[in-house]
Write a protein that binds this ligand. Structure first.
Ligand code: MLT
Length: 261
């Protein structure tokens, strides 16, 4: 197979670039509500990370968080989108932290959404290994089974079945090689706890009230390490706040970015 090794993206609007990086095992469709809701004020750029969504085929053999940050930076430079406001959801937050550590001058503000600064502990690493084994044996379906029940607040699953259905579809459509490479990359990611105080970039930390993967306590701890930060808890959301409560997420982003003007 010939690898195109090109990050594909969607964008909408004009003005200052606002880049939103998806989580795992997902793609840029999780930010449809932000493309629609923020593009009257910003040039909203939603990439699919290497090997995910439309960014296939892609050689993901050297996948790591710093590598994804580097690939993303090269791509953003190629579309003249630097400096930018950089947002990351969950694994996208790990990429965003790597990005701001390597390229601080390229990030005007940071949005850390349902994510964490800590690396995996031993139990977490073992769970990653189990997920890789399951994915190798049974493909994306195994990962959907392991993760889906933790992604949304209960009320979202009941009251917004279309959101649950869309999320399941996005998760099911990611290729197994990318899934395995990304799980290994998350297992090996750096701990950013000690690095947070050196991040001078203004940062909004956002978390769903019912997020059980990266809880409000985890988010609060990360926020307390960041010298220029705000924190917003999104009522009624789980781990997928941008999909579950797009209007509240968009309003919180606009409020903080307005304050920074
Ligand atoms: C994500 O949503 O990107 C993942 O749950 C992050 C993780 O597993 O650490």
């Amino acid at each position: 197979m010939v690898m195109s090794n090109q990050i594909k993206h969607r964008e909408q609007g004009s003005g200052a670039p606002l880049v939103l990086v998806h989580g795992f095992p997902l793609d840029g469709r999780v930010f449809d509500g932000q493309l629609a809701g923020l593009s009257s004020r910003y040039r909203v750029i939603v990439p699919d990370l290497p090997g995910f969504g439309t960014s296939q085929p892609y050689d993901v053999a050297s996948m790591s968080m710093p590598w994804m940050a580097q690939e993303l930076r090269s791509f953003l430079e190629s579309i003249n989108a630097l400096p930018c406001v950089l947002g990351g959801l969950s694994m996208g937050g790990y990429v965003a932290l790597s990005f701001v550590r390597a390229f601080p001058a390229d990030v005007a503000a940071l949005l850390l959404i349902d994510t964490r600064a800590e690396a995996d502990n031993d139990e977490g690493k073992q769970n990653r290994n189990r997920m890789i084994e399951a994915a190798r044996a049974r493909g994306a379906t195994a990962v959907v089974e392991m993760m889906f029940g933790k992604m949304l607040a209960q009320s979202t699953a009941h009251q917004q079945p279309e959101v649950a259905e869309k999320l399941r579809r996005i998760m099911s459509e990611q290729p197994v090689e990318t899934i395995c490479a990304a799980v290994a990359a998350m297992r090996e990611r750096d701990d950013f706890t000690a690095i947070l105080p050196s991040i001078r970039t203004p940062t909004l930390v956002m978390v769903g009230e019912y997020d059980t993967i990266t809880s409000p306590e985890v988010a609060q701890k990360m926020r307390s390490g960041l010298p220029r930060s705000w924190m917003v808890t999104i009522d009624g959301a789980g781990h997928m706040t941008p999909m579950e409560r797009p209007d509240r997420v968009n309003a919180a982003i606009l409020k903080v970015l307005d304050e920074l003007k």
